[in-house]
Design a binder for this molecule. Structure first.
Ligand SMILES: *Cc1c(COP(=O)(O)O)cnc(C)c1O
Length: 421
């Protein structure tokens, strides 16, 4: 059973709302730190083990600073994310660029920062060489095709746009070695929000096998294996978190047999997780605006899918706590909606909750990854603030809410800028 309690009391959250009106996201710093510490401890057998936080999950510099203090690197996939890394003060092998369909200026920026570049396609070897020059260290993303079953969010690996085929990987290492590249990594990511622990052990086995084959065919000793992101979280109370100690023990066993056994150690194990690092420790706090009864009962909130798209996008379940009514029996069935003019703007459909009234405070759980960051401005909706609940109980604003002026910043009302074609 997953714990769906809150890190703040009713009095605390009401106090916060006095100065920071709903809706907002709030992140639990203490829980995030402890989570990373537990993850690192589970893999402490591996020298050089590192988590590169997939910044797209929660691209806030303050969260990144907290994670960096806990030893995390950053995994970027756009020029803006590389810039965020730079502004947080990160450089070199603290940064990994795992992008696809990558423009030259993004490779250039990664190279300028000394980041590890993870290539998505064999044609990018020539592209990088021609446009920015090959760095000394290169990683390549492997797509195992039908060797591996996919899962719901990413789909079958053969249909996925990501990565090199098996033969392209071997050719890629050969070509890069000829071109003078000195250090090599390998990467794969074939699942998203996967709750099966064995899935990640199997993924490691597929990579370790390829590492052995690459050595036999090219003489290259790969120095790090990035097992990607994709570790799921228990969105539903009845689900269980992935047992990272079990995953680690399974991978260690394979490491000893396949990597140490073939004289290929040391090999550093990397992950680039997003969801399982911050997801459960971020909460969307919102208030009921209206209760509407037609053919169904609707609870209309002051948050909408701009603040959390996952339910609308994937039909995803997010647990909802009604603050102050935790011990009240759930007797009413609601569609919990936002105000967007899209009928899929619903945080829950047919959710049984205690009877709701306007101004009730609702907390939507597990919004700490792929939550605030996914939002858009469709329908003129503005993105909410992000707050950080500090370890000592204080609260800091780590991103202000958008204003109407922000919405209009890309427009010029002073007249058209015509140009001749
Ligand atoms: C999205 C993404 C991640 C993070 O995925 P999570 O499901 O949040 O762990 C990591 N690596 C790559 C390449 C991604 O695209």
């Amino acid at each position: 059973m997953a714990d769906k309690s809150l890190p703040f009391s009713k009095e605390q959250i009401e106090k916060i709302i006095e100065t920071h009106p709903t809706p907002f996201h709030i992140y639990d710093e203490k829980a995030i730190r402890e989570n990373v510490q537990y993850f690192k401890k589970a893999f402490s057998w591996n020298d050089g083990f590192k988590e590169y936080f997939a910044i797209k999950a929660a691209p806030n510099p303050y969260l990144m600073k907290v994670l960096r203090e806990e030893g995390c690197g950053i995994d970027c996939s756009s020029i803006a994310e590389l810039e965020l890394a730079k502004r947080v003060g990160m450089s070199g092998d603290e940064i990994m660029l795992t992008s696809n369909d990558t423009p030259a200026h993004e490779f250039q920026k990664a190279k300028d920062l000394g980041a590890i570049i993870n290539l998505d396609d064999i044609s990018h070897i020539n592209f990088v060489e021609k446009n920015v020059g090959l760095p000394e260290t290169i990683c390549m993303r492997y797509n195992p095709g039908d060797l591996k079953a996919g899962n719901l969010i990413i789909g079958h690996p053969e249909d996925a746009k990501y990565g090199f085929t098996h033969n392209q990987m071997i050719d890629g290492y050969r070509i890069l070695k000829e071109k003078g590249v000195k250090h090599f990594g390998i990467h794969t990511m074939v699942a998203s929000n996967e709750l099966s622990a064995d899935y990640f052990i199997e993924t490691a086995e597929i990579l370790f096998k390829l590492i052995v084959e690459v050595y036999e065919k090219t003489g290259i000793k790969i120095e790090f294996a990035n097992l990607g992101g994709g570790i799921g979280i228990p969105y539903k109370p009845e689900e269980k978190a992935v047992d990272l100690e079990y995953v680690s023990a399974g991978i260690e066993k394979l490491y000893n047999k396949m990597i140490v056994g073939n004289g290929l150690s040391p090999l550093k194990i990397y992950f680039e997780l997003g969801r399982s690092i911050t997801g459960p420790y971020g909460y969307l706090v919102t208030k009921v605006r209206h209760i509407k009864k037609t053919y169904k009962s609707f609870a209309g909130l002051d948050a909408c899918m701009v603040d959390l798209m996952r339910p609308a996008l994937y039909g995803a379940y997010h647990h909802i706590t009604v603050v102050g009514k935790e011990n009240q029996t759930a007797t009413e069935k609601y569609d919990v909606t936002g105000s967007l003019c899209e009928n899929n703007d619903k945080f829950a459909i047919g959710r049984v909750l205690p009877e709701l009234s306007p101004n009730d405070i609702l907390v939507i759980h597990d919004a700490g990854a792929h939550g605030h960051s996914m939002g858009f401005n469709y329908n003129g909706k503005l993105k909410s603030a992000e707050l950080l609940l500090r370890e000592n109980g204080d609260v800091a604003e780590i991103r202000r809410a958008e204003t109407i002026d922000d919405y209009f910043t890309t427009l010029d009302f002073d007249g058209l800028k015509e140009f001749t074609v």
